[in-house]
Design a protein around this ligand. Structure first.
Ligand code: C2O
Ligand code: CU
Ligand code: CU
Length: 516
């Protein structure tokens, strides 16, 4: 054999070995990426229901809540205390609270027309914020990255609730750190009621036939959370199991024929495709911003991070059914679908019907009244191209105002995912109507009021929204991808609402509220 031949053989061998190793590695990553708890879950823990937050009413009628962000711990699994962060409500934990640990926060509840005030205390070792996701309120009260609360300080936003009955939520929003702060346990629900919703014959006994269902995916390493991102995944954190209201493997005994589930995807990156294990139909009655005009029957509903859906499911005496998240191909399948979690499935919550059920009235034919514009009076359009590094080619900058909108006007925003990676789009302060998905009429689950919408790879959505102010040229609201890793990376922009003819002001450098 000539020297050349030998060298060639060795080189070829080396190349083949490296190729096999890489290929094997990729194959290994691919096949290990799929996770499923469907059909194997024991449902051994009773579902915790976050307590309703205590409030006091001040002399001028303002409803006052108090929330403290602090560190704690919770035994998600017996004998394994996990360090957490959570919101403590005033009055502490109610006796006999099934939550039995420090995680998430109490459910705030207020009525349309009511003045609310929330005293936020930061007892964490670092600064954070509390944002009211889905709430229409002045920019200074929004709790975005410009309203930082220093450790040891307090911040007391106040506003008047002026929007329909809905399932909103609250969570921190410190720029670059939102994923971490939410994952540690800082999130809670904020329910709004109005006169019409109070009269409707819908299930509304909180914790009985009207259940908050805060879904998060999680992974443990020993007693601790494992928040690491796995390699070759650009969506951010994906867990290997789910929990509801901080309860692993949860079941809930229900005693009514109709049960309303207020589904909130409070996961940081995972998209769920919810349905029931027996494929039963359910009624969708509400989306992010409130009740639909009429129920829509379906057997699956997809929720990307930050989205909510209110569904009503009918139970028969003595039966069980499982709320499950099914595999879905909205990532286009293949490599991206697998690594972004599209092939995963989870048993989320088991509903166990009692042997005798209280009769429930049928779902009313007419529910809410949509208050979102239909695009016909939009005074201008804007375009937002999504890639992980930023929106319209720009990464988030705290001192740059990206868009200026006029108070009282409606606009049509076109949002396109220019990417193979899943993204979604959330706009602060407003609810919008989805006019089109890829030029077509949106499916029933996107026909209600929304503040967050999934934008799968290479899809385009068209949204109509109205900016009712109040104007504040110096304080921006955010729009961003609600896959929190992407938001943290800079997939976020800022808009201000101004009076007609007014110019955007200057955004001051972020400063922490240090008052008490
Ligand atoms: Cu739920 Cu800007 O956030
Ligand atoms: Cu928000
Ligand atoms: Cu994204």
């Amino acid at each position: 054999m000539s020297r050349l031949k030998r060298v060639l053989i060795i080189l070829t061998t080396v190349v083949v070995v490296i190729g096999l190793a890489l290929g094997g590695g990729v194959l290994y990553v691919y096949s290990n990426a799929k996770v499923s708890t469907a059909g194997t879950t024991e449902f051994s823990n009773e579902l915790a229901v976050p307590p309703l937050a205590k409030s006091t009413v001040k002399r001028d009628g303002t409803r006052l809540f108090e929330l403290t962000m602090q560190a704690g711990q919770k035994e998600f699994r017996a004998g394994k205390p996990t360090p957490t962060w959570y919101f403590r409500g005033s009055g502490g934990r109610p006796p006999g609270d099934a939550a039995g640990g420090d995680y998430l926060g109490p459910t705030l509840r207020a009525k349309r027309g009511e003045k609310v005030e929330v005293k936020i205390k930061n007892a964490l070792g670092e600064e954070s914020t509390v944002h009211w996701h889905g709430m229409h309120l002045p920019a200074k009260m929004d709790g975005g990255p410009h309203q930082m609360v220093a450790p040891g300080a307090a911040w007391t936003p106040r506003w008047t609730v002026n929007q329909p009955a809905s399932t909103l939520w609250y969570h921190p929003h410190p720029h670059g750190k939102t994923e971490k702060h939410v994952q540690r346990g800082l999130a809670g629900m904020f329910l709004l009621d109005d006169e019409k919703s109070a009269r409707l014959a819908l299930p509304k006994k909180y914790g009985v036939d009207d259940l908050p269902v805060i879904v998060q995916d999680v992974r443990f390493s020993g007693a601790k959370f494992d928040h690491g991102h796995k390699i070759l995944r650009d969506t951010g954190f994906l867990g290997d199991r789910t929990m509801v209201n901080g309860t692993l493997d949860p079941y809930k005994v229900v005693g009514d024929e109709l049960v309303r589930l207020r589904l909130l995807n409070a996961s940081t990156a995972r998209v769920y495709d919810f349905g029931f294990s027996d494929d039963r139909e359910f009624a969708l009655i509400g989306t992010d911003g409130g009740l639909l005009e009429k129920q829509a029957r379906m057997d699956r509903i997809q929720l990307s991070p930050g989205e909510r859906a209110e569904i009503v499911v009918r139970m028969k005496p003595g039966e069980k059914t499982v709320l499950r998240s099914f595999p879905h191909d909205s990532y286009g399948g293949g490599w991206q679908g697998r690594l972004a979690g599209g092939d995963d499935s989870f048993d989320v919550l088991e509903l166990r019907a009692a042997n005798a059920l209280r009769p429930s009235p049928d779902i009313p034919g007419e529910l809410g009244k949509l208050e979102v514009p239909d695009g016909s009076d939009s005074v201008r359009g804007r375009f937002f191209g999504l890639v992980t590094t930023g929106i319209n080619g720009k990464g988030m900058k705290m001192d740059r105002i990206d868009e200026t909108v006029t108070r009282g006007t409606a606009e049509t925003w076109t949002v396109r995912n220019d990417h193979g990676t899943p993204h979604n789009f959330h706009v602060h302060d407003v609810q919008f109507r989805v006019l089109e998905v890829d030029g077509k009429q949106p499916p029933p689950e996107l026909r209600g009021a929304k503040d967050t919408v999934f934008v799968p790879p290479h899809k385009t959505v068209k949204l109509a929204m109205r900016f009712d102010g109040p104007a504040d040229p110096d304080t921006p609201y955010m729009y961003h991808c609600h896959l929190l890793y992407h938001e943290d990376l800079g997939m976020m922009g800022q808009f201000v609402v101004v009076e007609k003819g007014q110019r955007a002001g200057t955004v001051r450098a972020p400063h922490s509220h240090t008052g008490h």
